[in-house]
Design a protein around this ligand. Sequence first.
Ligand code: PHE
Length: 345
Amino acid sequence: MNLHEHLASAEAAIQAVKTLGDLNELETKLLGRNSPVGEARRQLGKLDPGDRPAAGVEVNRVTAELNRLIAERRGELTRVEENLLLADDSVDVTVERWTLSQGTEHLVQQTIDEVCDIFIGLGYRVEQGPEAELAWFNFDALNTPPHHPSRFESDTLYLDFGDPADEVLLRTHTSPMQVRYMQSHKPPLYVVVPGKTFRSDTIDASHLPVFHQIEGLAVDSGIVFSDLKGTLAHFAREFFGREQRVRLRPSFFPFTEPSAELDVSCFVCGGASASCRLCGGSGWLEMAGCGMVDPNVLDMAGHDSQTLSGFAFGMGVERLAMVRHGISNIRVFIDNDLRALRQFR
Ligand code: PHE
């Protein structure tokens, strides 16, 4: 083929190419060993010596021209491909594809905040304690001896079991923080401790293996039982409203003496129905364990039980929320059913 014609058709082919990949392929075809230019270069040696210089100049001219055309087209295609890439990558900020709906705090957290607020109003501090606790703080320091049934492996979730000196467990209540706080602070102490607690319970309408408590502790000089009663009565009025009645019922805990249970009048029947599904006819719902801090516990924590006294209480958070909002099944707190949870925005 005449190199002149070759150049003309090559120019059209270069312009027709649409991608850098195709251009690379075309380049080999136009300039490679087997291309017309390559062929012409090889033939140079066979020409009459007199014709060679002119033919050589022509081959070089066509080669240079092809290189120039290819380089020019490569520049154009590079820009085109870059633009395509940019267009592909760009985000249309006006398109609304999906939106996050606004969430709320879980009812458990809302309840904890509300209860803590009431006690903050009384001058209490809010603290947190470890969920994985030494058996010593969970039991021994709380006057609960090794043979006590709540220490059984079947009731308590142990992380480290066997050697009583360093058994570790998932705390069964928030009360170990009574001791930790007493050990690390000087009275007067007024503190509430919300947090998770764990028991080896099967889930049913009123039990969860993981639930929440709020511990309360007051240690000062001259604290008496009526201080406990007045404090819990104030709390109940603030949290449940004035129409709800409360009572303290004698009970037992190894670490308080005397001990009591705080009951709130049943919000379903108000004590009027012997067949009430919630209170079972008693008219009362159990809210918290409480009592005067046992002198042994004060001494164990390094305080003088002769000059100091105190009270403690532990409330079940889910239980408080159930009574307050009329929730009859504790599973609501873990089901993550938005229809239920949305009611408590
Ligand atoms: N820790 C007890 C429980 O979980 C409740 C309690 C706390 C009782 C503080 C008395 C004082 O049942």
